[in-house]
Design a protein around this ligand. Sequence first.
Ligand code: HEC
Length: 113
Amino acid sequence: MKKIFKIATLAVMASGIVYAGGDLVKEGAKIFKTKKIGNCIACHAANGVKLDGPGSLGPKLQGLSAWPEKALYDKVYNPYTTNPISAMPAFGKNGVLDDHQIKAVVAFLKTIK
Ligand code: HEC
């Protein structure tokens, strides 16, 4: 009986971890697509992601799963550090997105092949 309980607890814990990861990606996708929050789709299409009327001021996002998380975080936080003439707003530096929201967006970006 004790053993069964242990296994059940482990299964719940394990699925909890997977679920949390999925949730962060979902939250990031929502920020990416929502006009009032991230509004990334105002400028970006994304490879393999169905988006409603993405803009084209920025490049179509692709191959981001290969980027280190920190590089993605830095890009969203402040694109001017890697590109001083970037037309992309500095979401973190300007306080549009908080640390947690940027991490969620990064989790979503990491799914873009
Ligand atoms: C006003 C238009 C605009 C908005 C809004 C915008 N971007 Fe960008 N983005 C750009 C432009 C222009 C570039 C290319 C120049 C550069 O790399 O800084 C870019 C580049 C990027 C890159 C690097 C892509 C590559 O292949 O080098 C990533 C990642 C990115 N944006 C993510 C985002 C995310 C996430 C959001 C929403 C939180 C967002 N962008 C919102 C205009 C925008």
